[in-house]
Design a protein around this ligand. Structure first.
Ligand SMILES: [Fe+2]
Length: 215
């Protein structure tokens, strides 16, 4: 992740917007310092009626603000004032959804977000690692600066959003993706035009992630 702009919590909004404008992504380290993050409420959420199965494990998807009362600190880190201000800069000020995912399985094949892709709907996302995340535990991976080519590809053909692994001039991108690893409390801000993938957990590994979508 040498080419990914990095900041320590809490950076200036203008520094984050400049980094995401230029690179399509940035990392903010140490967001869980101070108040810390308790995983206990997450266990209840993943075991409760809001949680659904998905190919990598469990997901809680929340369109409103119900999660805010369960996990106020986590919610504020991905969907509070700071993310909202950054998103407004990009004209994407509407909070579309907040997700909690617990990725722990790899026996269901690869989910669409496990392949190198841009998103069909342009979105600004804030991803918070709630467990330490190595490449083997499904770290978010991307090609810094590829949001420019991703945007062009999306405008040309939004439904062809997965980068072919072979037999395509685009296949060379597969060797360029960098995993963004980090301890719990690492926040990744990215525009989904960037070429990216994530969630490919290896045997016995796991990750818990909170993620917000602004459009
Ligand atoms: Fe995506």
């Amino acid at each position: 992740m040498n080419n990914v702009p990095k900041f320590e919590a809490t950076p200036a909004i203008t520094d984050v917007t400049a980094a995401v404008s230029q690179s399509g992504v940035c990392v903010i380290n140490g967001c869980a310092e101070g108040a810390g993050i308790s995983l206990e409420p997450l266990d209840a959420l993943f075991a409760g009626p809001l949680a659904k199965d998905y190919p990598y494990g469990k997901v809680v998807r929340e369109f409103g603000t119900e999660l805010q009362s369960h996990i106020p600190h986590i919610f504020s880190l991905v969907a509070g004032h700071f993310p909202a201000e950054v998103s407004s800069f990009f004209g994407m000020s509407r909070l579309d959804a907040v997700f909690l995912t617990h990725d722990f399985r790899n026996d269901q094949g690869v989910a669409p977000n496990g392949y190198l892709h841009f998103d069909k709907i342009p979105t600004l996302k804030f991803m918070l690692y709630l467990t330490d995340c190595e490449a083997s535990s499904g770290a978010f991976s991307c090609i810094p600066g590829s949001h420019v080519v991703g945007r062009r590809l999306r405008l040309e053909s939004p439904d062809d959003n997965i980068i072919p692994e072979s037999n395509s001039p685009l296949s060379c991108f597969h060797d360029m993706a960098e995993p963004i690893t980090g301890p719990a409390g690492t926040v990744i801000v990215f525009h989904t035009d960037i070429l990216h993938y994530g969630g490919r957990v290896e045997d016995g590994r796991e990750r818990i992630v909170a993620r917000s979508h602004f459009r």
